[in-house]
Structure formats: structure tokens, C-alpha cells
Design a binder for this molecule. Structure first.
Ligand code: NAI
Length: 426
């Protein structure tokens, strides 16, 4: 446990009768940019399964980095909010109103994995949170920091996937084969919309894929702003626009329209022959299957990939696999200022309570949070410290196993000691 260490002494854990007074919160400007005080109150949700263990590790590392970089001049006040099993035990609800209120007040938060209970209606808390705060872009930076990987040159992968989070088949509607609804839709499509009987035989199942200009453009703007802020050069917008012209094709066209907006004119270049100069990014369109191949064959070219929901899902997992798996990839769900960072893996029930879980995905998500609030130096120190720790061949059991598979011996430590090893190298 790290709860009793000096690094976590000021964390405000949840309790029924706690008072949250005199705290400073991040505020939102009209243009959805954020104002960050030197001691912002930021919300965390431990999550289920291994969540509490990896959360302590993340808080330990992030607080150590902030302390080392800023002395006492900047400091996060962490406030625990409940969701999932712990919320149900304490409040009877899996996502209490207090948690939503706190996330709204704090603007920025971070969460561990939340399990979806099987057979209880199975409502996903993650999608409830996404809906409540309209986190419309899922951002996954994929880069190698020294962990075991299946490819010979993982350092060539350094790409940020922007996956649209609110549109596409995930918000579509489905009609199962041989149901009355499917028959109704089929009839409408054949009789009124010119669909062919051959394409829609009697036993057809139908999924509707909606994609909107407004949702696409706000997502693309976020990705382009990020690319410009972080000095990225090569940005791809991907899709199977050659097949699904009204949706994925339109997604690509809308992205190029955004590049023409006054904010981006001259900064986002689209001429296929041109090279981006200082302060510019180059936007190119790439068919999704091409991108999947390029990520394996030529990953160093791409810095940012803008994708709709489904393609973003595929591409971010392939990219994650190249650098050793999702356990090493952070993520952020970002909307109009509101942001919730989270680990990319699940609750790993089998490992819960054993202090063997790998805390890197959540810890790197913590570093991403620091970047988001503008505390970039502290974030960089975490990246460097993780690199050093892995270079010294220290890791949780899954990391050690990965090294051993490659014939490299490594020292196995607990989740908590791993956090300490990282913090010692900041
Ligand atoms: P999982 O990611 O929990 O586990 C898959 C495998 O990876 C297991 O062998 C597990 O032990 C291992 N693993 C995962 N994270 C690890 C870590 N940090 N360190 C070491 N090993 C790790 O995926 P699964 O089993 O499909 O899902 C379990 C639950 O998690 C489900 O209820 C699911 O809905 C939820 N989930 C939640 C997510 C979220 O909150 N963002 C994301 C994915 C799943």
C-alpha cells in the first residue's frame, strides 16, 4: 500500500462526511480552453479490480514528479470520487450524482478501469461518463519506452491516435436477421430507396452507421490543434472512403474542409507534393487498411492519426500491440475542455488485491493529464523516469515475463515498489 506514504498524505479520500471546502478548481473559458490554478483540485476514480492498486501507484508517481519539478509552487489536490463496485457498496449506486458533480466542478479527472457487471443490465459506466461530459475525442499516444515488444524497432512507433468517441456504428442502430424490424427496414430500402434484393436478402441483418459533419469537424479540430501545439508533422485522416462514401468518405472530406478554416489556413498543408515547414503540419488521407500496413512497415512517418470510432478502435489496438500491448498505453477522453484520462486495459479481476498489476497505463495517463493542464515538464520527467526504470530491467511480473521471453533477465517488483522505483528516477 502507498496510502500512508508522504506522497499521498494530502489525498482527499472519499468518506460520507467529508467536507470539500476552500479548494481551487480548473475553470473553463468561453472558447473551451482551461485556466489552471497552481493548486488545482483534480478528481480521481480508483475503479474496480486492480484499480485501487494502480491508482495509488499513479498518484505516487505523479505527486513525486510535481514535487520534484515545482517544489511547493504547484501541487494537485486529489479528490476521490466513487464509481463501480466501491460506489455501489457505499451509496447503492454505481455512478452516484456526487461523482458527476465533482467531475463537472473539477473539469479534469482520471480513472482506473470499471467493470461492467454481467447480468445486471450490463450498463457501461464508461459510456455513461462519456455521454455525461461529451468526451468526443479518445486520444491515445502510442510510443515505446523500453518495455518488451514483439517488433525489432519499436522506437519507430510514436503516434497519437485520435478516435472519434460519439459517432459511427457505436451510436447507430441494429436490426437482427429475421426480425420484424429488419423486414420493415429491408422493405423500405428496397421499395423506396433503390436497394437491390440481392444485397438485402430475406435473412439480412442490418447495422446503421451514422456519421455527422458537426461531430467529425469538432474532433478533427481537436486533433489538428494538438498536432500544431506539439510540433507534429505528418497527420493522416483515415477511412474506407472508397467504399462508404456517405460516411467514411465524408469524414475524410470534412477533415480537409477543416484544414481550410481560418484557424488552420497556412498551418495545415494539404498539397500532396509539399513538405511541412516549421510550425506546419501536413494532412494526408489514407485508406484504413493501408494505414494498418503502414503502421507495421513504415511507422516512423506518422505522428497523428485522425479516425472515426470503429477505425480508431482497430488502429489504436494495432499500434498498441506494436509497442508491447495496451498495458503500456495511456489514454484521454477529451471534449470541450472537459477531460477524463484513463488506463486502456480492464479490471484484470484475477490480479486484484495481489499488488502484481502493471500500473504503467494509468501512470502514463497521469502524465498525459499533466500535459493537458500545461505542466509539461513534470510529464516529461515521468516519461524519462519510466524509460530509465525499464532500461534497468525492473518491472511487474507481466513486464518481467515479456523481457524473459526475449532472453533478457529482469527484476520482479510489486505494483507499489515499481511506482517507487520510477519515482526514485524522476
Ligand atoms: P482486462 O484488460 O481486465 O484483462 C485482459 C488480460 O490482461 C488479463 O489476463 C489481465 O490479467 C491482463 N491485464 C490487464 N491489465 C493488466 C495490468 N495492468 N497488469 C497486468 N495484467 C493486466 O480485460 P477483460 O478481462 O476483457 O475485462 C475485465 C473487465 O474490465 C470487464 O468487466 C470489462 O468490461 C472491463 N473493462 C473496462 C475498461 C475500462 O474501464 N476502460 C476497459 C476494458 C475492460
Amino acid at each position: 500500500m502507498l496510502k500512508d506514504t508522504p506522497q499521498l498524505k494530502d489525498v482527499i479520500w472519499w468518506s460520507k462526511d467529508r467536507k470539500l471546502e476552500g479548494l481551487n478548481y480548473i475553470t473553463l473559458n468561453e472558447d473551451n480552453t482551461i485556466n489552471v490554478p497552481d493548486n488545482p483540485a483534480i478528481v480521481f476514480i480508483e475503479g474496480d479490480g486492480i484499480g485501487p492498486e494502480i491508482t495509488q501507484a499513479m498518484l505516487y508517481v505523479v505527486n513525486s514528479a510535481v514535487e520534484k519539478v515545482y517544489g511547493g509552487n504547484k501541487k494537485i489536490t486529489w479528490i476521490e470520487a466513487l464509481a463501480g463496485d466501491k460506489a455501489e457498496e457505499n451509496t447503492g449506486e454505481r455512478l452516484p450524482q456526487e461523482t458527476l458533480d465533482l467531475l463537472k466542478q473539477a473539469v479534469v479527472g482520471i480513472k482506473g478501469p470499471l467493470g461492467t457487471p454481467v447480468g445486471k443490465g450490463g450498463k457501461s459506466l464508461n459510456s455513461a461518463l462519456r455521454k455525461a461530459f461529451n468526451y468526443y475525442s479518445a486520444v491515445r499516444p502510442v510510443y515505446w519506452i523500453g518495455q518488451p515488444t514483439p517488433v525489432p524497432e519499436p522506437q519507430k512507433v510514436d503516434v497519437v491516435v485520435f478516435r472519434e468517441n460519439t459517432d459511427d456504428v457505436y451510436s447507430g442502430i441494429e436490426f437482427f436477421s429475421k426480425t420484424e424490424e429488419a423486414q420493415k427496414v429491408r422493405k423500405f430500402l428496397i421499395e423506396e430507396m433503390g436497394a437491390s434484393e440481392a444485397g438485402f436478402p430475406e435473412d439480412v441483418g442490418i447495422t446503421v452507421k451514422p456519421m455527422s459533419e458537426y461531430k467529425t469537424k469538432r474532433h478533427v479540430r481537436k486533433a489538428l490543434r494538438y498536432a500544431l501545439e506539439f510540433g507534429k508533422k505528418h497527420v493522416a485522416v483515415i477511412g474506407k472512403g472508397n467504399i462508404m462514401k456517405a460516411t467514411e468518405g465524408a469524414f475524410i472530406n470534412w477533415a480537409f474542409e477543416v484544414a481550410e478554416e481560418p484557424e488552420f489556413k497556412g498551418k495545415v498543408i494539404t498539397d500532396p507534393e509539399a513538405q511541412p515547414q516549421e510550425g506546419q503540419v501536413k494532412l494526408e488521407k489514407v485508406i484504413t487498411d493501408q494505414m494498418l500496413m503502414q503502421l507495421v512497415l513504415n511507422p516512423e512517418y506518422w505522428d497523428v492519426i485522425i479516425a472515426e470510432n470503429l477505425n480508431g478502435d482497430y488502429v489504436s489496438d494495432l499500434a498498441a500491440a506494436l509497442i508491447g500491448g495496451p498495458g503500456f498505453v495511456p489514454s484521454g477522453n477529451i471534449g470541450d475542455g472537459y477531460a477524463l484520462f484513463e488506463s486502456t486495459h480492464g479490471t484484470a479481476w484475477g490480479k486484484a488485491g495481489k499488488a502484481t498489476a502493471n500500473p504503467l497505463s494509468l501512470t502514463l495517463s497521469g502524465a498525459m493529464l499533466l500535459e493537458y493542464i500545461g505542466w509539461k515538464e513534470a510529464a516529461n520527467r515521468i516519461y524519462e523516469a519510466v524509460k530509465k526504470t525499464l532500461a534497468n530491467r525492473i518491472g511487474t511480473p507481466d513486464i518481467v515475463k515479456g523481457f524473459e521471453k526475449q532472453g533478457i533477465s529482469a527484476k520482479e517488483v510489486s505494483t507499489y515498489d515499481f511506482a517507487k522505483e520510477i519515482a526514485n528516477r524522476i
